[in-house]
Design a protein around this ligand. Structure first.
Ligand code: ACO
Length: 436
């Protein structure tokens, strides 16, 4: 953090002494006012529920300019990474700070692809779940359970443990997601095949059976790989902040990532892709494009509780760059599968067009986010809707672990412990039960 020449002065109208606050500059993006000594010097806290103006850490991993609609991983624009690099190169970049050269890429791929199997006991653990359990409920349990199987990678303060936990998590998430899926549909688990690509192996574990192998289709594998890349990290979002907060107690990495999975599940976050596809299906069932006007009216009515899922973002006040790439992938996948006239895709494009012209959305700077098109792509590939968020979790695992490792490696890191403005009852005496 570079100190700025400018200082902020906090003054009080009741005559309390004012306080000078240091300001730090990042390499890009807004400066931050350092309030760490505020409580010690003034006896006051800041108040910022939802972290609208609060930087919870400093980071070198991902940068978003929400007004411009820009997303950089380690300085590289997502548009360039999505086109020129595969997901495992992106993982390497997020974990180690630089893109790999050919040798580094080969050895990283080899390392990840030789940790794809999970302990055989995991299948018995899985068997304890109901077959109709939501995949995110299952994933929260399975990821948390990994800590019980890999004792040699649970000391978060040991850099070697952090490194091997990162590789294991990236390698095993596709296996776990595919196992969760196979369990739901009552098919045998398919073991990983390490000579396939990361995305190709995942799709084979999803769609092959012992009676019939799955031949990965290049266009669909590339689409899946792009979904992974676009979801790999997104700076201090709710699930990443959850992972950091959980990990700040020194808990093991698998438990911290399981907390991230739980947070991602919510419909305001990763669950939006599932919610978005369900929304499109509802509109489709009620009459499709002809019903868009009526639906938009409901969305604008604050009492209806209806939101246009896949639209809006806390940080992007412009088109989410990932949504543009996902729309492109949508065209490719539907073209490959001969589904150019897919009514759901047509409905989504029409909905987007109408919303982008509507004063309600324009005034609030609400644009499509990554989830608006990712569901249509996944559905076309054959991924069942309830699994969408689990695939998001698979892809985001690298971001979570890179951010967690960055935090633990920072000599200044402290356990996360927010404060509060207490507005409840002040001290009072307990009365005997008969007098209450
Ligand atoms: N549909 C209708 N209105 C919306 C939407 C939406 N999707 N999103 C925001 N608004 C409205 C709000 O009602 C509010 O209106 P008001 O000023 O009249 O009260 C205004 O736009 C600002 O919205 P906030 O809720 O304050 O924005 P916030 O930053 O807190 O929320 C969020 C962002 C949660 C993503 C929100 O836009 C949303 O719920 N979107 C739908 C769910 C979704 O797609 N989530 C995926 C996010 S991306 C991801 O996790 C990968």
């Amino acid at each position: 953090m570079t100190p700025s020449d400018v200082k902020a002065t906090l003054a009080f109208s009741d005559g309390s002494p004012s306080m000078e606050l240091p300001i730090y500059k990042g390499s890009i993006g807004p400066d931050v006012i350092d309030i760490r000594k505020l409580y010690a010097q003034t006896g006051k806290f800041t108040y910022d529920p939802g972290f609208l103006s609060t930087a919870s850490c400093n980071s070198t991993i991902t940068y978003i300019d929400g007004d411009k609609g820009e997303l950089l991983y380690r300085g590289y624009p997502i548009e360039q990474l999505a086109v020129n690099c595969d997901y495992l190169e992106t993982c390497y970049l997020l974990l180690y700070g630089e893109l790999p050269n050919a040798d580094q890429k080969a050895s990283f791929n080899d390392r990840v692809m030789h940790h794809t199997m999970v302990n055989e006991q995991m299948q018995f653990f899985l068997r304890g779940f109901r077959r109709d359990a939501h995949p995110m409920a299952v994933m929260t349990g399975l990821v948390g359970a990994l800590s019980a199987f890999y004792h040699d990678s649970t000391d978060i303060n040991n850099p070697e443990h952090r490194e091997i936990a990162a590789i294991r998590l990236i390698a095993k998430m596709p296996t776990l997601v595919a196992m969760a899926y196979k369990y739901t549909i009552g098919q045998p688990y398919i073991y990983p095949k390490n000579d396939l690509s990361y995305a190709g192996n995942f799709m084979r574990m999803m769609f092959a059976t012992p009676c019939e192998d799955y031949k990965p289709n290049d266009v669909l594998v590339r689409a899946m790989d792009r979904i992974f890349t676009l979801h790999a990290d997104h700076e201090q979002n709710a699930s990443t902040s959850t992972v950091r907060l959980c990990g700040s107690s020194g808990t093991n990495p698998f438990a911290a990532i399981a907390a991230g999975v739980a947070c991602l599940w919510g419909p305001a976050h990763g669950g939006a892709n599932e919610a978005c596809l369900n929304m499109l299906a509802d509109i489709q069932n009620q009459g499709g494009v002809a019903k868009i006007g009526e639906f938009i009216k409901q969305v604008k009515d604050k009492n209806s509780g209806v939101k246009l899922m896949g639209f809006g973002h806390r940080v992007y006040k412009n088109y989410d760059p990932r949504a543009k790439l996902m729309r492109e992938t949508c065209h490719e996948v539907l073209g490959e599968l001969g589904l150019q006239n897919d009514p759901m895709f047509k409905l989504a494009m029409e909905l987007e067009k109408i919303a982008l012209e509507d004063e309600y959305f324009v005034a609030r700077k609400l644009y499509p986010n990554v989830d608006f098109y990712s569901g249509i792509v996944q559905r076309a590939i054959g991924i069942p809707v309830p699994l969408f968020t689990a695939i998001f979790a698979l892809a985001r695992t690298v971001g979570w672990i890179a951010q967690l490792n960055e935090m633990i490696g920072d000599p200044e890191y402290k356990i996360g412990r927010p404060r509060q403005l207490f507005v409840g009852a002040t001290s009072r005496d307990v009365k005997p039960i008969g007098q209450r």
